[in-house]
Design a protein around this ligand. Structure first.
Ligand code: TXA
Ligand code: MG
Length: 366
């Protein structure tokens, strides 16, 4: 059975019973983690599925619950910088500067692992480990109370959109995990940015983005001169199925809704008439259609199910709404989905990356 702890209540000054209840929930959740259990918890990005990263039994249960391929390593979550030294090699000065700038926050740093502390299943045989310090009070409280590094992939079944609410976690994992802490909807809505530091041809360290996410390229560029994106400038690109990403998890069709999804990019009017024509043809063949669009096009959409990700000029809003929108398509049993590409500025780059992933390479430039 999956235990459910409601931790949504905000702290109300002078109202200790809520604090007490939250404290009790946290103690119960942390003790489950310490005993090798699986506890889903909110972070500022998406919900994570936590387990003691030192315990192979616990970590194996994550892979089983999610149906996750064994070669896809897990991110380790910490609550304090000084926990890091126990399981990674000393980070470079640039790595330390980035941690100080962005932690707690949605940046995962790929660092050299110190052997013998984490379960080898966490790193999937690599000599590196992805680490981050989430910016969410419940996540930090849980990690501190558990007193161990917490392995935490997104708390969805593999291949499903990541969960941005406790209800999404239960939709996918009820009965497969031991508990979920409900902290309400997550703030950012897409996962953390995964980066590695590499030495460039001039001998200087540069940042390579392996997965775009909550920390934008523009933000990273404030701290480091050279930021490159994995695959950028290669002949093949992330919208090309032959592209082989450096981050193991990115080679799988992730975030996939059950219907087939096609991404369309182009001049708005041409794009709208293309989607309209396709939608009509697909409906005529008896299939249920969906449009993943933005507020400005909602009234023009002719599909059976129309879901807006909000204002296309507000990438933060799109990010917050994307995964719930994809899940809504599944709930409404949509078979063919047309998704409009979004502008790529700021966190829009992460949103576009996820929509392209969801499409499994079906991309049309009009
Ligand atoms: O925001 C997030 O990052 C969320 C929350 C829960 O923290 N977690 C998350 O974990 O998205 P997950 O497992 O769903 O995605 C982790 C990604 C995968 O693509 C994985 O392949 C990559 O990070 N990754 C993990 N360790 C790595 C490593 N050592 N080298 C390269 N990529 C790594
Ligand atoms: Mg995931």
């Amino acid at each position: 059975m999956t235990q459910y702890w409601d931790c949504k209540a905000k702290h109300i000054p002078g109202c200790p019973p809520q604090d007490l209840e939250r404290e009790q929930n946290m103690t119960a959740a942390a003790s489950l983690l310490r005993r090798g259990g699986l506890v889903a918890f909110p972070t500022e990005t998406v919900y994570g599925l936590g387990a003691d990263a030192r315990s192979t039994d616990a970590v194996e249960r994550i892979f089983a619950a999610k149906g996750r391929p064994a070669d896809n390593p897990l991110i380790v979550h910490i609550a304090e910088l000084d926990e890091l030294g126990a399981f990674v090699q000393p980070p470079s000065p640039l790595a330390l500067r980035l941690m100080q700038a962005f932690w707690p926050g949605p940046l995962t740093m790929v660092l050299s692992v110190r052997p013998g502390v984490l379960s080898p299943r966490v790193t999937a045989g690599l000599d590196t480990v992805g680490v981050r310090m989430p910016d969410h009070p419940l996540a930090l409280q849980l990690i501190r109370a558990a007193g161990c590094p917490v392995a935490g992939p997104s708390a969805n079944r593999s291949g499903r959109p990541s969960p941005t609410s406790a209800a999404h976690v239960l939709e996918d994992l009820d009965g497969r995990i031991d508990g979920v802490l409900d902290g309400g909807p997550t703030g950012i809505g897409v996962e953390s940015t995964v980066v590695e530091l590499v030495t460039g041809e001039d001998g200087a360290e540069l940042v390579r983005i392996l997965r775009p996410g909550g920390v934008t390229r523009e933000q990273l560029q404030h701290w480091v001169d050279h930021v490159e994106v994995d695959g950028e400038g290669d002949k093949s690109s992330p919208s090309d199925p032959t592209f082989t990403p450096r981050s193991p998890g990115l080679k799988y069709t992730h975030y996939a809704p059950e219907g087939s999804l096609t991404v369309i990019q182009g001049e708005p009017e041409r794009m709208l008439s293309w989607i309209r024509a396709k939608t009509t043809a697909v409906q005529d063949s008896g299939l249920r259609t969906g449009w993943l669009t933005f507020d400005d096009h909602v009234r023009q959409a002719a599909a059976d199910v129309v879901v807006s990700c909000g204002d296309r000029k507000q990438p933060e809003e799109m990010a917050r709404r994307l995964y719930a929108a994809l899940r809504q398509m599944d709930e409404q049993q949509v078979q063919v989905i047309y998704a409009e590409a979004c502008p790529e500025n700021g966190i829009g780059a992460a949103v576009l990356n996820r929509i392209l992933k969801a499409s499994g390479g079906r991309f049309v430039q009009i």
